[in-house]
Design a protein around this ligand. Structure first.
Ligand code: SF4
Ligand code: SF4
Length: 103
């Protein structure tokens, strides 16, 4: 399984440090830049539903389109940026598209 360090820290590390990103603070006091849900790549999504189960913000819903199940970001505005969905998604790199936010 991917770890937070592998997915979020590396992505955060590639961001322009001079921009005023929304940040979060780890228990050890280290500041990091969380990624927030924007949408799901329905081509990649298998419709497994794991993101729906782990998301405390109720951001996702499984919908059927053209006979294929896929997660849809129905409430991305609720995203807490905790990355639980990305960590559990079985698709390589995650089927969800998440981006940092400016303050
Ligand atoms: S990062 Fe957390 S709150 Fe945001 S969509 Fe994923 S599981 Fe839900
Ligand atoms: S966990 Fe990934 S593959 Fe499974 S429904 Fe969610 S976005 Fe799709």
């Amino acid at each position: 399984m991917k770890t937070k360090k592998e997915c979020c820290t590396i992505l955060g590390g590639e961001l322009d440090p001079n921009k005023n990103w929304v940040t979060n603070v780890r228990k050890n006091g280290e500041e990091w830049i969380p990624m927030f849900l924007e949408y799901v790549d329905e081509e990649k999504c298998t419709g497994c539903g794991l993101c729906v189960k782990v998301c405390t913000g109720h951001c996702y819903e499984i919908q059927v389109k053209n006979g294929k199940k896929a997660a849809v970001a129905v409430h991305p505005e609720n995203c807490l940026g905790d990355c639980s969905c990305h960590l559990i998604c079985p698709v390589k790199g995650g089927a969800m598209i998440c981006k940092p936010k400016l303050k």
